[in-house]
Design a binder for this molecule. Structure first.
Ligand code: NAP
Length: 285
């Protein structure tokens, strides 16, 4: 079997187009666009690239960007004051604090200060609680992006065996909750799982977010499965690899995401969609 490629670039472009139309409609109704505030503390080059990418993506779809940069030695009080100002600012629909923050600050504590109606990363305790209880709310961008990819590919999750490898707060846990909300049968596997290949082979939909290049071999994949590779691993010799052995797995799976060009592009697209959702929520829609 040679798997169909699930093209994240195409779906992300479609999401961005939808968001641009929604932003224009919102601006018509309320006389202002949705706004996204990013907070970058310090000069970590990778974080600066991510924040720059998010701000550029906002500009492309007409979302107003508020790009806040604080020195690496910014005090907790400075960051708290900024988050409180942004929480209170009606022009700011969404807020994200780029992680990791410098060592003297607590990224989890600071993220939690973001108003949950503006929590476009879906990382606050309130957002996690809403998701766990099945209440409406803002969902983490990467898992929500994966769900959109599966929907776009016409994957019916109802009753399906799904296995998520990885249980991080950022991805694995919210992904499992989103799958449950679609009535999938969900197994969450991790570093302590016994006989991981056997567990993975149960999956009709196998989602991998571990951070180990090409860990999932072709014989971990059930023939005909859909494989979503969230991993983004920089290789020593340059280049990027996913957590799945793409060449081998594509011989067994029915459909698979490539790395790059699969899940990666969906994350920022979903952040933009979340910002519009947050703006509408705050407008009482
Ligand atoms: P993380 O916080 O490091 O979590 C990794 C998870 O993998 C943990 O639950 C860990 O288990 C599990 N794990 C580690 N080694 C394992 C092994 N040998 N067998 C089974 N499970 C193992 O990472 P993350 O933030 O979830 O990210 C995971 C990967 O996804 C990374 O490559 C990251 O770059 C990528 N990612 C990409 C995007 C995107 O936008 N495309 C977004 C988020 C993440 P324990 O809990 O037992 O330690």
């Amino acid at each position: 079997m040679s798997a169909t490629i699930i093209d994240g670039k195409r779906v992300a472009a479609q999401v961005r187009q939808e968001v641009a139309a929604d932003v224009a409609a919102f601006a018509d109704r309320y006389g202002r666009p949705p706004g996204l505030a990013t907070i970058l503390i310090g000069e970590d080059p990778a974080s600066a690239v991510y924040v720059g990418g998010k701000q550029r993506a906002c500009a492309e779809v007409g979302i107003q960007g508020f790009d806040h940069r604080l020195d690496a030695d910014a005090s907790r009080e400075q960051v708290v004051t900024l988050i409180e100002q942004l929480n209170a600012d009606p022009a700011v629909s969404g807020i994200l604090c780029q992680l990791p923050v410098p060592g003297h600050l607590d990224g989890v504590e600071l993220t939690n200060l973001i108003d949950s109606d503006k929590d476009v990363d879906g990382l606050t305790i309130a957002s996690a609680g809403r998701l766990a209880l099945g209440l409406p709310g803002l969902r983490s961008c990467t898992p929500a992006g994966v769900l959109r990819l599966l929907d776009d590919h016409g994957v019916d999750l109802e009753g399906k065996e799904t296995v998520v490898i990885g249980r991080s707060n950022l991805f694995g846990k919210p992904m499992a909750q989103l799958l449950l909300s679609r009535n999938a049968t969900v197994t969450t596997a991790h570093s302590r799982t016994t006989d991981l290949p056997e567990v993975a082979r149960r999956a009709d939909v196998l989602i991998v977010a571990v951070g180990r290049p090409r860990m999932v071999a072709s014989d971990w994949v059930k023939p005909g499965a859909v494989v979503i590779d969230v991993g983004m691993n920089r290789l020593d010799g340059g280049g990027l690899a996913g957590d799945v052995d793409f060449d081998g797995a594509s011989e067994v799976a029915a459909a698979i995401t490539p790395v790059p060009g699969g899940v990666g592009p969906m994350t920022i697209a979903q952040l933009l969609a979340n910002t519009v959702q947050a703006a509408r929520l705050q407008a009482g829609e």
